[in-house]
Design a protein around this ligand. Structure first.
Ligand SMILES: [Zn+2]
Length: 212
């Protein structure tokens, strides 16, 4: 990434940072205000002006991340990303707010759960049946945050080609995609299958689970 792209950063009043001691170790916690939301980057080790920084851009999911819901894989992915960043000795996790239910919000997401449970609709049809979009997540803020943190290029932990394209379209150099595959369970295998077959996510572990 060219250095002049780093000019697109945040006003001081919209950023604050401190150390954050966690069970896994000490991160630099950088909080941002952007697009009507507050996001956070957890930075571990040295990442400034580095190439190939290990990065996870994580969409918030209250049910999965906080409550450990098994109907999606979000909570597992969040934990595994932090584990991997610490294991490698450096990396960044960006936690994006405003991404509940791929952008439809918490109430609407729970409404889709009703349709999934009562009518057997998948994660896409349950949204469109309610007249809602399947995925309206915006990654502009994630790109701005990576520029603010002065990362030269990233290795992105993701199975979602759309996310790579969105970051690249916003000026982030994605040097590699790191598969971020979680073990399926009986509660999320349908969800994962729909994401693989209908959203183009690269999820080879789904077949392995089906064959077990
Ligand atoms: Zn989730």
């Amino acid at each position: 990434m060219r250095e002049d792209t780093f000019e697109d950063t945040f006003d001081d009043e919209d950023v604050a940072e401190s150390d954050l001691v966690t069970r896994r170790g000490t991160f630099r916690a950088v909080a941002f205000r952007a697009d009507g939301h507050e996001h956070m980057a957890l930075v571990y080790g040295r990442t400034t002006m580095r190439e190939n920084v290990l990065v996870r851009v994580h969409s918030e999911c209250m049910t999965g991340d906080i409550f450990g819901a098994m109907r999606c894989e979000c909570g597992d992915q969040l934990e595994a990303a932090l584990d991997r960043i610490v294991a490698e000795g450096g990396g960044i996790l960006i936690y994006l707010r405003g991404h509940e239910g791929r952008g439809i919000g918490l109430v609407a997401k729970v409404r889709t759960h009703v349709l999934q449970d009562e009518q057997g609709l998948d994660t896409l049809d349950s949204a469109t049946t309610l007249g809602l979009p399947v995925d309206i997540r915006d990654y502009t803020s994630a790109a701005r945050i990576l520029k603010h943190l002065r990362v030269l290029s990233v290795r992105l932990m993701s199975n979602n080609p759309d996310k790579i394209k969105a970051l690249e379209d916003n000026g982030i150099e994605v040097a590699a995609r790191v598969p971020h595959l979680m073990r399926p369970n009986q509660h999320n295998i349908g969800y994962l299958t729909a994401k693989r077959d209908r959203m183009g996510h690269d999820l080879p572990q789904v077949d392995v689970f089906a064959a077990d």
